[in-house]
Ligand binder design. Sequence first.
Ligand code: DAH
Length: 362
Amino acid sequence: MSEGAPIETALSELARIEAAYEAALSGAHDEQELRRERAKLLGGEGELTKLMRFMPKIPNERKKEFGQKVNGLKRAIEALFEARLEAIEAEARKAELEGPYLDVTMPSRARTPGRIHPIARVEDELIEIFGSLGFELADGPLIDTHANCFDRLGFPPDHPATDMQDTFFITRKELGAEETTLLRTHTSTLQIREMMKRKPPLAVIAPGTVFRRDDDATHSPMFYQLEGFLVDRDVSFAELKGVLTLFARRLFHEEISVRFRPSYFPFVEPGGEVDISCVFCKPWEKDEARTASCRICKGTGWLEVLGCGMIHPVVFENVGYDPREVSGFAFGMGLDRIAMLKYGVPNIRLLYENDHRFLSGF
Ligand code: DAH
């Protein structure tokens, strides 16, 4: 700032700022530049701010005039700043709207495609395996009648499976309902439904959800089963064995052995349970120490996978078939259990919690 009477110097400095600010603000091309220009004038060390420090040196009678001039200029600068800011924003927006629709420089979003759930994978594989043997796919309602779920399958009225403790009832005859209905406790209902609808020969599989009052590390109140059955003339247990051996070998491993143990289900006679070679310690590889210490099969080398048997004559009678003419076999397995064995899943809840850390492993 030049020497001379302080008021003259201050006024000429003011005039210089006044003459230059418009060009400075108008020349700014973006918001950052504009703010920088404004700070050069009005910031803590800005030209106009510094000018105000002259005030004490200004003669008293001219203080008011000087103050008004500085304030007037300050307002003018602020007004122009606001106007320019608005214009710059409008221009940027216009450029964005008129610019290319697609910004090819933008980083892409990571894609996380879904996967097939382990139960659905096992279901698909079983449909494929049994389908290749000629089994057709059938489906039925999740709420079914007591008759289809128990009575027609030969369950006596007081069988424990029909108990309140084991079953989710929907309506009950004892309470005035026309029919007792419930969430089906097994897919064996499809044996009744399909046989009542159709005439033999038939070979059917029916996968689906079933419901029981059960909840622990290996049981869930809702779980999956797959029912299979075949009815024709002269069907024997040998055919049942053949079909189930082939299923186990195709699904798990071609060297799997299959073992049948007698067991009881009201709708089959004889009835059995099927064990397969343990898929974890692989006894067919003959590492006896490994099998002896296997915690999954508890050292036996065998895993229980399903129930089966020759369809009971009473079932045929209940669906209107003549048991002297036809015979057949049936089997039922838990898809959850099969998936747990196939994929080494330790806890059934993992299949239902939808936890990404678990599901992304498939
Ligand atoms: N329905 C039986 C259950 O839920 C499983 C079963 C056993 C199905 C034997 C069958 C069979 O078809 O023959 O435990």
